[in-house]
Ligand binder design. Structure first.
Ligand SMILES: Nc1nc2c(c(=O)[nH]1)N(C=O)[C@@H](CNc1ccc(C(=O)N[C@@H](CCC(=O)O)C(=O)O)cc1)CN2
Ligand SMILES: Nc1nc2c(ncn2[C@@H]2O[C@H](COP(=O)(O)OP(=O)(O)OP(=O)(O)O)[C@@H](O)[C@H]2O)c(=O)[nH]1
Ligand SMILES: [Mg+2]
Length: 461
């Protein structure tokens, strides 16, 4: 495909010692040659691909030296975008990089949109849509596990599986076509029915396996929304601080210290938690605290995991029991804190209220029990490691939704076979399965969706 030449700053704005202006497109080398004077005197047009060159960027209208640079030249088609790519490595700092970018734009390049380099890699067929999405996940990954999952997807693990399933479906579709066109051959019909059932079962099982990884995959990609709740003064903010290993939340002995919701990302043994410390939940007349308590209730409703904190040195109260009631049916870990103080809490009663929930005792003051809590969290969501697993993971909501729909469609195929539905009707569901899977890798996908997906990228990627 032919596109215009795009350019953008591909490094963080105003940070770092080196900053890169990247160009991609037919004219990338020509444009740079108008501005770059290398020490060797060679035009970039004549250098070998994948080489780097030292020299100066000079403004042709004033002959003024704009920057001292290193320029990498990568010639199509073996490049990130499959187009000519030039990367001008400038000194860091906003002004210098921007001057180089402005020159490049003035001499024929167009400012790239967010994600447009990666979009070109997709449009030029170097990667498919799910691989492009993985590039974005890689940038955003907050843990090693999430990173490994994105790398696997970027290398095309998911793509290959999807392609294989689509190929299987296509073969059956071909057989069914023959069957529709030549209904008089009984043996063809018999074979296509048997094959149809076999292949549809296989596709269904593979899709089910994929969906089973979605829970973990989504947590790795987006983080597990975790709410710390409990009565005032039980040690919720202390718990957040000890998991984050920093004093992020204010801790005092005054009940009602936390008034607002505090959010922090932590990596607990490879599980990314979006940890939310809330205002202690109690009936209160204080206006500010009241708003905080309302927000706590809302956070509670939206959480994936609840850490319910109780006070070891205090009797269970009606409020504690109400909290147990409020989190019924959710993923909950009960934490009994302040075990360094004399016991007042009724453990039997706690066990009864907790029933299926895990109960852990801590003394955050003495830094005891946090390991047990971390262990409980990681074993609750992960058995084994992603690195060691031969499963292909899905994590992206778009993929999860499409695989769910494809699974429904293939189930329709199977029940069609069961009920003796005419084969040309079954064919429709079969084709639908094929199309839905195609959307994952971007084979059968609308342009508006592609634009929307790539616009979520950062500039210069
Ligand atoms: N300076 C710089 N660093 C970077 C990137 C970049 O674009 N520039 N990348 C950007 O994200 C990542 C590297 N990703 C890349 C992926 C493919 C190709 C590439 O040229 N692929 C060719 C094969 C090249 C060869 O055989 O030498 C191809 O697939 O045809 C380059 C970079 C990370 N680091
Ligand atoms: N003895 C003892 N004190 C603790 C322990 N954990 C926390 N505390 C103390 O309990 C008090 C309240 O702790 P916070 O973490 O602020 O409690 P909170 O649940 O966030 O309280 P609110 O924000 O008011 O709802 C502080 O003085 C802490 O130092 C513990 O394990 N043992
Ligand atoms: Mg607090």
């Amino acid at each position: 495909m032919e596109f215009d030449t795009i350019s953008a700053i591909s490094t963080p704005m105003g940070e770092g010692a080196i900053a890169i202006v990247r160009l991609s497109g037919d004219q990338a080398i020509e444009i740079t040659d108008k501005l770059f004077v290398g020490v060797s005197g060679k035009k970039l047009e004549n250098v070998s691909s994948h080489t780097i060159h030292y020299g100066k960027i000079i403004d042709p209208t004033t002959d003024e030296v704009v920057e001292e640079v290193m320029v990498s030249v990568m010639k199509a088609p073996k490049t990130f975008t499959r187009e000519n790519i030039v990367e001008i490595n400038c000194h860091g700092g906003l002004v210098s990089v921007n001057r180089v970018l402005q020159l490049v734009l003035r001499y024929g390049a167009r400012l790239a949109e967010p994600g447009e380099f990666t979009k070109r890699a997709f449009l030029n067929g170097r990667i498919d849509l799910s691989q492009a999405e993985a590039v974005m996940d890689l940038i955003r990954a907050k843990t090693d596990r999430a990173m490994n999952m994105a790398l696997g997807q970027m290398e095309g693990r998911l793509s290959k599986l999807i392609q294989k399933l689509r190929q299987e479906i296509l073969e059956v579709v071909a057989h069914v076509e023959v069957n529709i066109d030549y209904p008089e051959y009984d043996d063809v019909e018999e074979m296509s029915h048997r094959m149809l059932k076999e292949k549809a079962n296989y596709v269904r099982d593979e899709l089910k396996k994929l969906l089973q990884t979605a829970g973990q995959g989504k947590i790795l990609r987006e983080g597990l929304s975790t709410a710390i709740i409990g009565r005032p003064n039980v040690g919720k903010s202390s718990l957040l601080n000890s998991l984050v290993q920093e004093n992020k939340a204010i801790v005092t002995d005054i009940p009602g210290t936390t008034r607002d919701v505090i959010e922090e990302y932590v990596n607990v043994r490879g599980v990314p938690l979006r940890l939310v410390d809330t205002a202690g939940i109690r009936e209160t007349e204080d206006i500010v605290e009241k708003i905080g308590v309302e927000r706590s209730r809302k956070v509670l409703k939206e959480a994936d995991l609840i850490l319910l904190v109780l006070n070891y040195a205090d009797d269970l109260t009606k409020e504690d029991e109400q909290l147990f009631e409020a989190v019924k049916g959710m993923d909950v870990i009960v934490i009994i804190n302040k075990t360094d103080l004399p016991q007042k809490i009724d453990m039997d009663k706690v066990k009864e209220l907790s029933n299926e929930h895990k109960v852990i005792t801590t003394s955050l003051l003495e830094e005891k029990g946090v390991d047990d809590l971390e262990e409980a969290i990681s074993s609750m969501y992960f058995q084994g490691s992603i690195e060691a697993s031969d499963l292909t993971y899905i994590s992206n909501s778009r993929h999860i939704a499409l695989i769910g729909q494809a699974l429904d469609a293939i189930e329709d195929v199977l029940s069609g076979i069961e009920f003796g539905t005419p084969i040309d009707i079954i064919q429709i569901d079969l084709t639908r399965t094929w199309e839905l899977l195609g959307e994952i890798i971007g084979d059968t996908v609308q342009e508006s969706l592609i634009n929307q997906l790539f616009s979520q990228f950062c500039l210069g990627k």
